[in-house]
Design a binder for this molecule. Sequence first.
Ligand code: GUN
Ligand code: ZN
Length: 432
Amino acid sequence: MTTHLYRASILHFPHKSAQPKDDYIYIKDGALVTRNGKIVVTGERKTIENQYHDVKTHDYSGQLIVPGFIDSHLHFPQTEMLASFGEQLLDWLENYTFPTEGKFSNPEYAAKIADIFLRQLYRHGTTSAMVYSSVHQCAAEALFSAAQKHKMLLIAGKVCMDRHCPSWLQDSPEKAQKESADLIERWHGKDRLYYAITPRFAPTSSPEQLHALGELAQQYPDVYIQTHLNENLNEIAWVNSLFPKHNGYLDVYDKFNMLRPKAVFGHCIHMQEHEWQRMAQSGASIAFCPTSNLFLGSGLFDLKTAEKHNIPVALATDVGAGTSFSMLRTLGEAYKVGQLRGEQLQPLHGLYLMTQGAALAQGLEDKIGNLNPGSDADFVVLDPNFDELTSLRFEQHNEVQDIIFALSMLADDRAISATYIAGEPVYQTHIK
Ligand code: GUN
Ligand code: ZN
């Protein structure tokens, strides 16, 4: 069993923290040791090198190791339709999303795109994700199989929808329940894979389907749940007209037993005070998707209020309404959302929301999101000097906060020097 030692600067958040900008570990001349797919230790390079002799050394001096990024909300079958012009949510779904997702009834096509999708995640430093597949059971199968090959920690689910979308994309209450149950039995807890029950959003599920999925959620209390909530004002008006007896949008999911810990709600931009309070009580969490929210003109997420209510928040791309697979770019756009709200998102706070904070939101902090001993060896090597512009920018001495901030504005996949999953490189620009 080989022990690996990686020389680099080290940055991570070892704890759950309300003040991540002040509660981090940074070791400038550091080292990370891994064995058998797990992290053994991090520390000062000199100390570690004195302690560990029989190791394979990987020299990333001058670069920065951080935990693998976690993307807590994105759509695998929308990989090919990033940057489709000119619509807000409901027209965008009709005109681009549904026609594209229809292609995933073909299992070979789904398998081909699953490989591209995972390659895109890895080249952008993302090692874990919470993913919506299409309505087709075979597409979810293809995605789980592809992730399993890379020993990736992935949470995913087959989208369920039985109305207000093309007939050829509809399942039914019974089919949604049966196929989701089959997928849970086959994949949930297998290797590093987990299942998420995935009603697309309230408008595309009949009350009968929501009932069937709530029943399934009760039958499997430890599976994840993911859906969309309070993203767009027209969507919210539509939900109110479809479910007039409910006290707002969140209440629809609540009454159908889908509001609980390990339920992750995408967007949550237009929340009423009673919805913040009920969500806080429930233990559910929120995926904040800034590039998508700006792209579709949905609105500006109120991170401060979410955190005031102690609701766990995780950053996410929401590809394909999101415009990049890069979580670094996503962090940059989250900062700009804060600027428009008159609130500054500190760079290390933002990095927390895509590492340890995201793992905490998903109850996975004993496995991912940090570089603590015993955690899985999922990590990214960032090269701040990835081109002449950033080399110039970083010529002077820079605090680590400043490096992360500048990377959030300037970086993309060029800043990712290597991505490791369970101690194995899944993406590398140079063999080290
Ligand atoms: N609401 C329902 N479906 C979707 C989707 O695919 N993307 C986004 N951004 N919002 C949705
Ligand atoms: Zn989404």
